[in-house]
Design a binder for this molecule. Structure first.
Ligand SMILES: NC(=O)C1=CN([C@@H]2O[C@H](COP(=O)(O)OP(=O)(O)OC[C@H]3O[C@@H](n4cnc5c(N)ncnc54)[C@H](O)[C@@H]3O)[C@@H](O)[C@H]2O)C=CC1
Ligand SMILES: O=C(O)CCC(=O)C(=O)O
Length: 414
């Protein structure tokens, strides 16, 4: 098991993909100065090399944290996804090593909703094609296939944080909003839930996807679903590239089945701004192509920087895991003058009694104990009155099924 008793000055933080400076500032203000801040993601081999001595890593959607990477991350305590999606992280591989993963579930939702609404209007007016023609010296002045948003039906697939915000903005523009979700949800304003994806596809003038990347959403929209759409509809995907069969979409655009599309996310995306972007949608004038920037506004990135760094700092400083996406959630009170032990273990019977026996054998009195479990892992936080020594820590590490032990503010590391 990795040794994870941390001194603040020795905690190494690696921030990739141009995570906003607010995160760096927050870490500095909280006393963390050992920070490496890189503008891009790293490929697997480079990441494996770099992550060996890292305690906390911050990423966005490009960096893949898979089993191999976690296996090399011997000191890793926490992961911050400075975005909403966590599909780029093998959450189970993290969990089985006692590594908590956090994200920012709200901070960029407004940015995505605004972009999608703007794209819906651009597509309903055929602007991408008209603009492209004008750039080439052409003049496509025509009302053909151009429509007002007012009175048109917007179909939202996935009515979560983004879908619901889009619903409100779109209704204020005059759209009739319908949505399909696997969960029954109360519609915002006058929006109505429909009973099936097929019904939504058949009724909508604009279709926009806002589902997470799950095995159940993989290739959700393919040839059959496109065939079920209204002729002349427009289609928007700013969710994940794995949700749409991109070749089927390209064919539908070429065949004139759809009037246009706006796509922000792709099955394969370049790893950095220097790599060429390949897609069957390239060159189709009535398709808006954007480089996965739905959430890339300065406002969103600034807020995400603050939100996720705060979660990592709180976890590092006192063990709180509230809103973690893979870990049992524990909300902890402040612990002045107390020493705190964080024990992460397989969720099997008998571990807590072994821990308590070690404490009792080392004459350590418990002043507070907080336990949460999920189906795989148990997370117990123990406040004790007196500083524990290395033998007690060693004995706790030897408890069967221990995944990770962290010690905060003991005599040896405060
Ligand atoms: N393009 C970009 O830059 C960004 C993309 N995203 C993507 O957007 C996704 C959605 O974000 P949020 O709205 O915040 O997520 P959310 O978790 O709040 O909402 C997702 C909704 O989809 C529903 N859903 C799940 N499976 C479904 C299915 N098969 N059919 C219909 N509905 C289904 C869920 O019940 C939930 O209501 C994220 O998971 C992320 O992948 C998020 C932010 C930025
Ligand atoms: O901004 C990013 O890097 C990713 C945005 C995104 O897709 C998300 O938040 O899930």
């Amino acid at each position: 098991m990795a040794k994870t008793s941390l001194e603040k000055g020795k905690i190494k933080i690696l921030l990739l993909e141009g995570v906003h400076q607010t995160a760096v500032d927050n870490f500095h203000n909280a006393g963390y100065h050992n920070i490496e801040h890189l503008p891009t993601s790293l490929d697997e081999e480079a990441l494996i090399e770099k992550i060996r001595d890292v305690h906390f890593i911050g990423i966005r959607s490009r960096t893949q944290l898979n089993e191999r990477v976690f296996a090399a991350a011997e000191k890793l305590v926490g992961v911050g996804c400075f975005c909403i999606g966590t599909n780029q992280v093998d959450l189970q591989a993290a969990l089985k090593r006692g590594i908590a993963v956090f994200n920012a579930p709200y901070s960029n939702t407004r940015s995505v909703a605004e972009l999608v609404l703007a794209e819906a209007i651009m597509l309903l007016r055929g602007i991408p094609e008209k603009s492209a023609r004008a750039h080439q010296g052409g003049w496509l002045k025509s009302a053909k296939n151009s429509h007002e948003a007012r009175g048109k039906t917007l179909g939202i697939v996935g009515y979560g944080n983004i879908g619901a915000q889009l619903s409100v903005l779109a209704e204020s523009m005059g759209f009739n909003v319908i949505y399909y979700d696997v969960v029954t949800k109360l519609g915002m304003g006058n929006a109505n839930q429909v009973g099936s994806l097929e019904e939504l596809l058949g009724r909508s003038d604009v279709i926009s996807l806002h589902v997470p990347d799950l095995s159940s959403t993989r290739w959700l929209i393919g040839e059959k679903e496109i065939a079920a759409m209204k002729p002349g509809a427009v289609f928007i995907n700013a969710s994940r590239g794995s949700v749409v069969v991109i070749d089927a979409l390209a064919e539908a655009i070429k065949a004139g089945k759809l009037n246009g599309a706006a796509i922000d996310v792709f099955p394969v995306e370049p790893k950095g701004n220097d790599e060429e972007f390949e897609s069957p949608l390239r060159g189709l004038e009535n398709v808006i192509l954007t480089p996965h920037i739905g959430g890339s506004t300065l406002e969103a990135q600034e807020n995400i920087g603050i939100e996720v760094s705060e979660k990592l700092i709180t976890y590092s400083d006192n063990g709180t895991t509230v809103t973690s996406v893979n870990f049992p959630e524990v909300a902890l009170p402040a612990h002045p003058d107390k020493h705190r032990l964080l024990h992460i273990h397989d969720n099997v019977p008998g571990v807590l009694s072994q821990i308590n026996r070690v404490l009792s054998e080392n004459d350590i009195n418990i002043s507070g104990q907080y336990l949460q479990t999920n189906d795989k892992v148990g997370y117990v936080v123990i406040d004790v009155d007196k500083a524990y020594g290395p033998p007690a820590l060693e004995a706790l590490k030897q408890v069967d099924h221990t995944l990770k032990l962290r010690a905060l503010y003991s005599s040896q590391n405060s």
